[in-house]
Design a protein around this ligand. Structure first.
Ligand code: SF4
Ligand code: SF4
Length: 542
């Protein structure tokens, strides 16, 4: 199949781009959300339907609902109105979207994706559009346009790569978000987004794991770490009065390779004697509300702070997650903040005061760990990762969404002897998306995922062929879930790992008796601490 997907023809729109017809076929679309999930979340128009049905069973007044919804959002979000008004069609963004690169579909050019919405704005919300209609770039709002929106707004991973290149800073991801939000008003949503969101309200996490399952998973991880290190481990759950609340994506305690990242966090916390707790209710850092509506995003984010208040912690550390950080960094403050009842994060080990987190009171674990390493608080043996030749994928949300570029690289450089960067125009702010973010990481749309992930995989292939890279490190739960499939398809024999798995491998703990890495592979003989040596670093609490 890869030969077929490589036949990509990037072409300009043929005929009239205003033609809204789209073909829903398996492999390039996601299935609709189940009515039970809409009902659970209190969303309108729950019903049985599928995108390839002729009749989408829209409410009779669907057109008015969309136009009212647009008006409300144009009044509420200045950025939305601005993005509708200021595009000059320079085309700088046109070839920057991984879905356009991988599919060749002109409507996957960010400028044209936005135009699908802009043409309606022009027709109904500008004077020239109301008078001159199509002559002023307007389009009549039809059911065909609703279907076209659904098709293309669920072929955008909200990664924001296009916005990096736009001279006006137009953020097409924000337009996609509004598009999905408007579709929500008609009950047009995908199950891969709404089921995790509904689960999150029911059990506290996207996977629907109940509190006893959460505890079992963490107890299992603690037991396994005891076997690996020869040290006693325990994970504190719902411990009131702890200094720090630790929040992670649920995949960390449920799937691989995420699970090895969890082991890395737990080793770190034990080694430095961190006074922390996890929460069985805020058992999810991710936020699928981001992929659905601002309102849902706000409700899911609030849970983290409610738990911080209930448990009486001083501040919060967040794990390796993507969308958790986009929400935290860009939206939390105006949605649920400022979190005045918490304290500005101060590392209890180094005394570093993290002023940049003074509003959200939440620190990314990579910032926390990099600071520990910088102050010489961890004993690290990078040779324990010598079986890996590592490259780093900047996950879109931590990288572009919050500018977390240096800390993960610093950790990797201190924990691995073999680190190679992918080409410059595919990393840092210019990083290519995995192609499966924003709730599109299902097998239902596998062809489109492989197409969208092609530019990322191609850059991995480059460093694999040049340097023999066999490990792609990243800091996002969606990446860890979807990149293995992508790499298996385009670049076989490259594994995926979290940054804190590498940290856990390299960490020399005091009193450890350890012969394997976190995946159970033997450590190099010279990396094993001889009997009688205490190992570890002296940790002085600030
Ligand atoms: S946000 Fe990402 S997926 Fe969406 S149009 Fe821009 S580059 Fe493409
Ligand atoms: S780069 Fe910005 S201004 Fe230029 S076409 Fe794209 S969205 Fe419009």
């Amino acid at each position: 199949m890869s030969e077929k997907l490589l036949q990509i023809e990037q072409k300009s729109p043929q005929g009239d781009w205003r033609d809204s017809s789209v073909e829903f076929r398996k492999g390039v679309m996601c299935y609709s959300a189940l009515p039970k999930n809409l009902k659970y979340l209190g969303l309108p128009n729950p019903r049985e339907w599928q995108p390839f049905d002729a009749d989408w069973k829209l409410p009779p007044n669907w057109k008015q609902i969309i136009l009212d919804g647009m008006k409300e959002r144009l009044d509420k979000y200045r950025s939305f109105r601005l993005f509708m008004d200021i595009c000059v069609r320079c085309g700088a963004c046109a070839d920057k979207c991984h879905f356009y690169i991988g599919s060749g579909d002109p409507k996957n050019m960010p400028v044209l994706r936005a135009e699908l919405m802009r043409s309606i704005y022009r027709r109904y919300f500008t004077l020239t559009g109301r008078i001159f209609g199509a002559l002023a770039g307007g389009r009549e709002l039809t059911e065909g346009i609703i279907k076209e929106w659904f098709y293309y707004f669920y072929q955008c991973t909200e990664c924001r790569r296009c916005s990096v290149y736009c001279p006006y800073g137009i953020d097409t991801a924000e337009i996609t978000m509004i598009g999905r939000e408007l579709l929500n008003l008609l009950g047009c949503n995908i199950n891969w987004v709404l089921e995790p969101a509904a689960n999150c309200f029911r059990t506290g996490n996207h996977l629907g794991i109940q509190p006893h399952g959460f505890k079992d998973s963490l107890d299992f991880a603690a037991e396994e770490l005891s076997e690996i290190t020869g040290l006693p481990f325990e994970v504190p759950i719902n411990r009131k009065g702890a200094e720090i609340l630790f929040i992670m994506p649920s995949a960390d305690y449920f799937g691989t390779p995420h699970y090895y990242t969890l082991l890395g966090y737990l080793m770190l916390f034990k080694e430095i004697g961190l006074d922390y707790t996890v929460s069985a209710f805020a058992s999810e850092g991710g936020n699928f509300g981001l992929f659905s509506s601002h309102e849902l995003m706000k409700r899911l984010n609030a849970k983290v702070y409610d738990e911080a208040r209930r448990l009486g912690v001083k501040w919060i550390i967040g794990g390796e997650c993507g969308h958790m950080w986009r929400v935290l960094h860009q939206y939390m403050d105006t949605m649920n903040g400022p979190a005045d009842f918490l304290e500005v994060p101060v590392s209890p080990i180094t005394g570093t005061r993290f002023e940049h987190a003074k509003s959200t009171k939440m620190l990314h674990i990579a910032e926390f760990t990099a600071d520990l390493i910088h102050h010489g608080k961890l004993k690290l043996d990078p040779s324990r990762n010598d079986r890996w030749k590592v490259t780093y994928h900047d996950s879109c949300n931590p990288a572009r969404g919050m500018g977390l570029l240096e800390e993960p690289r610093y950790i990797i450089e201190k924990t691995c002897n073999h680190f190679y960067e992918m080409p410059e125009n595919t990393i840092r702010e210019q990083t290519f998306c995995c192609g499966s973010g924003s709730g599109l990481g299902t097998d239902e749309n596998l062809e489109m995922r492989m197409r969208g992930g092609f530019p990322r995989a191609n850059a991995v292939k480059y460093v694999k062929e040049k340097h023999g890279v066999n490990l792609l490190a990243c800091m996002c739960a969606i990446d860890k879930a979807t990149l293995p499939t992508l790499l298996e398809y385009w670049v076989p024999d490259v594994e995926v790992a979290g940054v804190h798995e590498l940290l856990g491998n390299a960490l020399v703990m005091r009193g450890e008796k350890r012969t394997t890495d976190l995946r159970g592979e033997p450590l190099p003989a010279e990396a094993v601490i001889p009997a009688g040596d205490d190992g570890g670093a002296e940790v002085a609490h600030a």
